[in-house]
Design a protein around this ligand. Structure first.
Ligand code: SDX
Length: 431
């Protein structure tokens, strides 16, 4: 953060309050209001945090007007085409692209932690078979704090590192086992000779009764989807992880809180909701009906996978995802995918419509991801668990950054109170 000589002056009645302005590397400056209440006995008010920076961070930068997404300065398009997920994990966690030796060491550390404590298999069996895999993810990740006591003390740097590696390593196993449990198939153990994405695909789609060879096309597509979802600045689930962590809660409990928040259809749950919407639309000729509903103020229906709090231009991840959808479906020989056809036509019609243009609503990361995951054989219920798996590294990187921030303290917002003023209790006989 760069202290500037600039100040913002707030004039309220006869009071003038000078507030310092801070500058970052890129993006808007911030007005530091930390002393506003003490100086002026007044709060700021910003439901949904539309104009509020909650922290200083050097991990991810988004320019919503230009449709730019940088991880430690590297554009997402370059990372998606030139890098791979575990290398992006290293970049997000440690700030720089790794050397060959650093990457090999990191990949070996992750590979060595992919198995779960055997007792946890019984934890899965406590759920109904029809439990949503996200319910299982929230429960099992939270329960990790009951199994990995040697990596819950956040004051210990070594324990933070072990918890970070354990979470990144075990999320594919947890997500895959949640899937296997939901379809009544035996859980498949990870294999250390497979790369991260291939391991996940094998744990999801192999059965003990026959050999399973991971399709390298699917593995590449899976890895790219992981990369595209890795981190995204101070989104709702990341802010949840930061707020939970600010009380000193253990990392497993905080990541479980992030998973719970991501589940919502306005956030990471949109990928499942979007594919279900595309299926409900069913044919291209029904698109105008749904566009009209999305524009109708009286109708709560929204185009899932469309719009974004920050992007007022194309979500750069959606662009890469759209290209990947074409490539994966062609390589899978999925000709004439009706869902993809509807998605593309829906995007075209929406972007030509004044309503979406005026409100700057564009496809976001969730618009095309479901088409690919569906073509790869995943049920819609597994879309958000895959998002959670991918975003775990982003949550952890932001968690570690917050713990190392000298100014961090417990997050405790205030409010604008509009309830009853003080009044005396009334006995029930006289009410
Ligand atoms: C993710 O924050 C992140 O970075 C999240 C994420 C990440 O990587 O972590 O990018 C992942 O969550 C992507 C977003 C996935 N959600 C969806 O696709 C659900 C559908 N989208 C919307 O619900 C909405 O666009 C949000 C929640 C994404 C953003 O909501 P905002 O910023 O609070 O905007 P808003 O709800 O105030 O909408 C502004 C206007 C409203 O109209 P008016 O009241 O001004 O007349 O745009 C309209 C909305 O009605 N609008 C839509 C719309 N999204 C917004 N109208 C129709 N369809 C939509 N999808």
């Amino acid at each position: 953060m760069v202290e500037t000589s600039k100040t913002a002056t707030l004039v309220i009645d006869d009071k003038r309050i000078e507030l310092p302005v801070q500058q970052g590397t890129c993006g808007p400056d911030v007005v530091d209001i930390g002393k506003l209440y003490a100086k002026g006995d007044i709060f700021t008010y910003d439901p949904g945090f539309t104009s509020t920076a909650s922290c200083e961070s050097s991990i991810t930068f988004i320019d919503g007007e230009e449709g730019i997404l940088l991880h430690r300065g590297y554009p997402i398009g370059q990372l998606a085409s030139k890098s791979h997920y575990l290398e992006v994990c290293y970049l997000l966690l440690y700030g720089e692209l790794p050397t060959t030796a650093e990457l090999e060491d990191f990949e070996n550390r992750v590979t060595a932690h992919t198995m779960l404590h055997e007792q946890m298999t019984y934890f899965f069996r406590g759920f109904r078979r029809d439990a949503h895999p996200m319910a299982i993810m929230v429960g099992v990740v939270g329960a990790m704090s009951a199994f990995y006591h040697d990596s819950t003390d956040i004051s210990d740097q070594w324990q933070r590192e072990v918890a970070s590696i354990r979470l990144i390593a075990k999320m594919p196993t947890i997500a895959a086992w949640a899937y296997k449990y939901s379809i009544g198939q035996p859980m498949v153990y990870p294999r250390n000779d497979l790369d991260y994405a291939s391991n996940f695909l094998r744990m999801c789609f192999s059965v003990p009764a026959e050999d399973y060879v991971v399709d390298p096309v699917l593995a590449r597509a899976m890895d790219r989807i992981f990369t595209l979802h890795a981190d995204h600045e101070q989104n709702a689930s990341t802010s949840t992880v930061r707020l939970a962590s600010s009380s000193g809660a253990n990392p497993f409990a905080c990541i479980a809180a992030g998973i719970a928040c991501l589940w919502g259809p306005a956030h990471g749950g949109a990928n499942q909701a979007c594919l279900e919407m595309l299926r409900e639309i069913g044919t291209v000729d029904r698109i105008p009906e749904y566009i009209a509903r999305a524009k109708d103020k009286e109708d709560p229906f929204r185009l899932m996978g469309f719009g974004h709090r920050v992007y007022k231009n194309f979500d750069p991840r959606a662009k890469v995802m759209k290209e990947s959808a074409d490539e994966v479906l062609e390589l899978l020989g999925v000709e004439d995918n009706e869902t993809l056809k509807i998605a593309k036509q829906l995007e075209k019609i929406a972007l030509e419509d004044d309503y979406f243009a005026e409100k700057k609503l564009y496809p976001n990361v969730d618009f095309y991801s479901g088409v690919i995951l569906d073509a790869m054989g995943f049920p819609t219920s597994m879309f958000t668990p895959i998002f959670s798996l991918s975003r775990t590294v982003g949550w952890i990187a932001q968690w570690k950054e917050m713990l190392n921030d000298p100014v961090q303290k417990i997050g405790r917002p205030r409010q604008l109170y509009t309830g009853a003023e003080s009044r005396d209790y009334v006995d029930i006989e006289t009410r």
